[in-house]
Ligand binder design. Structure first.
Ligand SMILES: Cc1cc2nc3c(=O)[nH]c(=O)nc-3n(C[C@H](O)[C@H](O)[C@H](O)COP(=O)(O)O)c2cc1C
Length: 409
């Protein structure tokens, strides 16, 4: 299925819904988790059932909703602690001020708080309430206690609240919660504790304040790589050129414009990094000088003098050689002809550990589209051609190769 997300596939996730106005958004979150391939059980507080009917969640998950701790039937079907024991992750969304207070005190007076107390896996809290309730020292102290005990939290966000007022207390959006859940689940992954730097998107080299020399890179491949590395537990730094895409939750995001800025950001980020994946389409040339003011239309023809931009991979390779730091470097070769020959020449020239070659002239791979067909070539020249895949799946494979290289003694 298109929506499936490997880190969520087959994972047992409990969604806890408490009695806040944002409870309706928990239905969307549940639906997204199910579509992503997770096995989702929903547990609700009696107050939550005043806002959204349990039937909604039952229909979305095709499983019974845990609501009544003392129901004989539910006790046989679900059991008051078995959900918590099985859960690889519990997400409490929305988390009311009331439930946060109960959790901070270890209370277990309903099916949700009992499940949370019995939960062996990590718990992700998604608070949502009026700003007055959120700002209350009691709520903030409860959050402090819970976070010190290892609970994770996403949000609340600032914006328009249910009352019509503006303030902090809005529940994070379901997409953000799902992304934060991936971050939590990835923590113990094969890249945990390792820093991975990913570059993405195209650079823009200024001609004047309104024009630039650029390329068609959308950033999709690089962003997919950043998500895949984050899902495997890496501490990701994503350095990207102009794009409208959102980076992975938990990653450090650095936005740059020019090749020079990208080089500075990469050199700043790689000390100590285990891996560097350069998927950005960096301009090879920039206008020799950018005009201070907008260039006016003049003669028929106009000449633009261009100068070579810094070769980031070559600089990085030089720095790796000097520091002796074994940052594994993966580059991309976007070509329109002689793809493999060009890629093989580049891997040797730039001292890379892997190069990912793709033919960007094909309609179904390369710039802008969601799919890619690539060949991964290693330093020994071995080539592995992958079939047409989603960029997300290509990214998963490349990051798995990175993890394999890092596992080598
Ligand atoms: C219309 C309405 C909306 C509410 N919205 C919230 C909310 O967004 N956040 C919150 O913490 N409490 C909210 N409350 C208060 C909770 O429903 C109340 O504290 C309840 O006891 C929570 O129970 P629970 O934590 O067991 O779900 C709201 C109450 C009402 C009547």
């Amino acid at each position: 299925m298109d929506n499936e997300i490997p880190i969520l596939q087959g994972r047992h996730i409990v969604v806890g819904v408490t009695g806040g106005i944002a409870a309706y958004k928990a239905a969307d979150l549940t639906s997204q988790l199910v579509k992503a391939g997770a096995n989702v059980d929903v547990v609700m507080t009696p107050a939550a059932a005043e806002f959204v009917r349990p039937l909604t969640f039952q229909a979305l998950t095709h499983r019974p909703v845990a609501l009544d701790m003392f129901s004989l039937l539910q006790e046989t079907e679900i059991g008051h602690v078995s959900l918590g024991k099985r859960a690889e992750l519990m997400i409490i969304a929305p988390a009311t001020a009331n439930t946060l207070a109960k959790l901070a005190h270890g209370m277990a007076d309903n099916m949700l708080t009992t499940t949370a107390l019995a939960c062996r896996g990590p718990i992700l809290l998604v608070p949502a309430m009026e700003s007055g309730m959120w700002d209350n020292p009691a709520t903030l102290a409860n959050m402090d206690v819970l976070q010190q005990r290892g609970y994770h939290a996403v949000g609340p966000e600032s914006g328009r609240l249910a009352s019509g007022a503006t303030g902090t207390g809005r529940m994070a959006e379901p997409e953000t919660i799902l992304d934060a859940a991936r971050w939590v689940l990835g923590r113990g992954g094969p890249l945990s504790g390792m820093a991975v730097v990913v570059t993405a998107g195209g650079t823009r080299e200024a001609i004047d304040p309104v024009r630039f020399v650029g390329n068609h890179s959308s950033g999709k491949m690089g962003f997919a790589l950043a998500f895949a590395a984050r899902d495997r537990g890496a501490d990701v730094t994503l350095i990207h050129g102009t794009t409208s895409l959102s980076g992975p939750y938990g990653a450090k995001i650095v936005a740059v414009e020019s090749a020079e800025q990208m080089q500075a950001a990469v050199l700043d980020s790689i000390p100590g990094a285990a891996g560097l994946v350069m998927a950005a389409a960096v301009a090879d040339y920039r206008p020799t000088s950018a005009a201070e003011h907008k260039i006016k239309k003049q003669a028929e023809d106009m000449c633009l003098e261009l100068t070579r931009t810094p070769d980031i991979l070559a600089t990085v390779a030089g720095q790796r050689a000097r520091s002796g730091h074994p940052t594994v470097a993966i580059g991309f070769a976007a070509e329109t002809q002689d793809v493999l020959e060009n890629a093989r020449a580049k891997i040797a020239r730039k001292g890379l550990d892997l190069i990912v070659a793709n033919d960007v002239s094909a309609a179904d791979s390369g710039f802008g589209v969601d799919t890619n067909r690539v060949t991964i070539i290693d330093a020994a020249g071995r080539a592995e051609s992958l079939p047409l895949m989603s960029k997300a799946a290509v990214a998963e494979t490349i990051i798995d190769r990175l993890a394999e290289i890092l596992r080598r003694p």
